[in-house]
Design a protein around this ligand. Structure first.
Ligand code: GTQ
Ligand code: FE2
Length: 378
C-alpha cells in the first residue's frame, strides 16, 4: 500500500524516567503502533508542551548597528529595490530560530535602506507595521496617499491593510528599522498581500513637514469631531521626537523636584498610544520609549511575550538572564518571553540611555494570558 511506503514522521523512543511507563517489549510494540497511526501520547511530550512557565525557543541576542549599516549600504549598491522583492529590508534572524528571518517567535525587525531618489513600490498586507528612525532623514512614507516625513527619533505606525510606499527625496541614502508581526502572521497562517499601483500619483509624492494625519490627530488631548472612532489601530501616522523627548525629560525633571513621574528612580518611560482610544497603537505590537538616567538602573522585570529593543542614544549595560552586553546608539537586541531584563546607564555615558522598545504584549493581553513580574529572577 502506498500509505505504508511513506515512513511515519512520528518517532517515539522508550525511555525510563519520572512519569514514564516501565520499558518493556509491549511498550515498544505500543509505540510502533502509535507511529503507524500518527499518534503521540501526552506523557512523552508534557515537559515541552506544558512547562511550568514559558521557556522560549528564541535566544537573547544583540546586533550591532555599525555592522548592519555597513551591510545595508552594500545592499544599497548591489540590490535594486522594486516590484517583486518590494523592499530593501534585511531582517534580524534570531540564532535559535533555525535561520528564519524572525527576531522572536512573533516579531520581525529589519533595517531598511533607500538610496537617493529611490521608491519602494506601493503594496498592502494584513501584517501590522511601524518604522522607527534612529538617524537620518529624507524619506517620506506614503500611507493611503498621506505623505509622512521620517526623521531621527520619529515613530511611524502603520496598521495592516493600508496602502504604503516609501520614497527618498534627499541626496543621501537613509536607513531605518521596520517592526512587523510577520512571524505571528506566518505561524497563525493569517496573511493577505496585494500589490498597489505601478506609480504613486505625483500629488502623493510630496514632502510636507506634517502629514494630514498629524494635522487631524496630532494635537494633545484634542480629537477632531469630523473623524470616526479608530479603536483598533492609531489614526496618527507619526509620533515626533520633539514630543517624545519632552515627555521623558519632564518625567525626570519632576523626579528632580521631588514629585512622582518616573517608573522607578531614574527611569522615565512612555508608551505610544492611539489618540482615539488611549490604547496600544497597533493590535499586535506595543511600542515604548525608555530613558535611564546616567548612574541609574531599571528594575529587573520579566513578562510573557518577547521584545526587541533599539538603543536610540547613550551607552548602557543590558542584562538578559545570564547574558550581558554593553550597547550604544543603534544596537538592537532581543528579550525572549519570560527572560529577566535590566538596563543600566553608566556614569561615563555621554547622555542618558534612551531605548526604543517594541513587544507582542497586546496579543497576550487580548487573550488574557499576559503575566509579568518585577521580581528579581528566581
Ligand atoms: O516597508 O512595507 O521590513 O512590507 C517588511 C515588509 C518592510 C515595508 C519590511 C514590508 C516592509
Ligand atoms: Fe509593507
Amino acid at each position: 500500500m502506498i500509505v505504508d511506503a511513506v515512513p511515519s514522521p512520528v518517532r517515539l523512543t522508550v525511555a525510563a524516567g519520572p512519569g514514564q511507563p516501565d520499558p518493556s517489549p509491549e511498550l515498544e510494540q505500543l509505540y510502533r503502533g502509535f507511529e503507524r497511526e500518527m499518534l503521540v501520547p501526552l506523557w512523552t511530550e508534557i515537559g515541552d508542551l506544558m512547562p511550568r512557565h514559558p521557556r522560549s525557543k528564541a535566544a537573547p541576542h544583540v546586533w550591532r548597528w555599525d555592522r548592519l549599516l555597513e551591510l545595508a549600504g552594500e545592499a544599497g549598491r548591489i540590490v535594486p529595490v522594486g516590484r517583486g522583492g518590494e523592499r530593501r529590508a534585511i531582517a534580524l534572524a534570531n540564532p535559535a530560530l533555525g535561520g528564519r528571518p524572525f527576531a522572536t517567535p512573533t516579531l520581525w525587525a529589519a533595517i531598511q535602506y533607500l538610496m537617493p531618489g529611490e521608491n519602494a513600490p506601493e503594496h498592502r498586507h494584513t501584517q501590522h507595521a511601524f518604522r522607527f528612525v534612529v538617524e537620518g532623514e529624507g524619506v517620506w512614507t506614503v500611507v493611503n496617499g498621506d505623505a509622512v516625513r521620517m526623521s531621527r527619533g520619529d515613530f511611524l505606525p502603520q496598521a495592516g491593510w493600508n496602502w504604503h510606499s516609501h520614497h527618498n527625496a534627499a541626496t543621501a541614502p537613509m536607513a531605518w528599522i521596520d517592526g512587523l508581526d510577520i512571524p505571528f502572521s506566518y505561524f497563525t497562517e493569517s496573511q493577505f498581500f496585494e500589490v498597489g499601483r505601478e506609480r504613486v500619483a505625483d500629488a502623493e509624492m510630496g514632502t510636507p513637514d506634517r502629514s494630514r494625519s498629524e494635522r487631524l490627530w496630532g494635537h494633545p488631548g484634542l480629537r477632531p469631531l469630523s473623524q470616526p472612532d479608530a479603536p483598533t489601530a492609531t489614526p496618527l501616522l507619526a509620533y515626533r521626537w520633539a514630543d517624545t523627548n519632552r515627555a521623558l525629560a519632564d518625567q525626570l525633571a519632576l523626579e528632580d523636584e521631588g514629585h512622582e513621574g518616573t517608573l522607578s528612580p531614574g527611569h522615565a518611560a512612555v508608551r505610544f498610544t492611539n489618540p482615539s482610544s488611549g490604547r496600544d497603537v497597533l493590535p499586535t505590537m506595543r511600542c515604548e520609549m525608555h530613558r535611564i538616567r546616567r548612574g541609574a538602573r531599571s528594575a529587573a522585570r520579566r513578562e510573557v511575550g518577547s521584545s526587541v529593543y533599539q538603543v536610540f542614544e547613550g551607552e548602557g549595560q543590558i542584562t538578559v538572564d545570564e547574558r550581558k552586553w554593553t550597547v550604544k546608539r543603534g544596537d538592537l537586541f532581543v528579550v525572549p518571553s519570560w527572560s529577566s531584563f535590566t538596563a543600566s546607564c553608566g556614569n561615563d555615558s555621554a547622555s542618558a540611555l534612551d531605548l526604543f522598545r517594541f513587544s507582542d504584549t497586546p496579543i497576550f493581553e487580548a487573550l488574557h494570558v499576559h503575566r509579568s513580574s518585577s521580581d528579581a529572577p528566581a
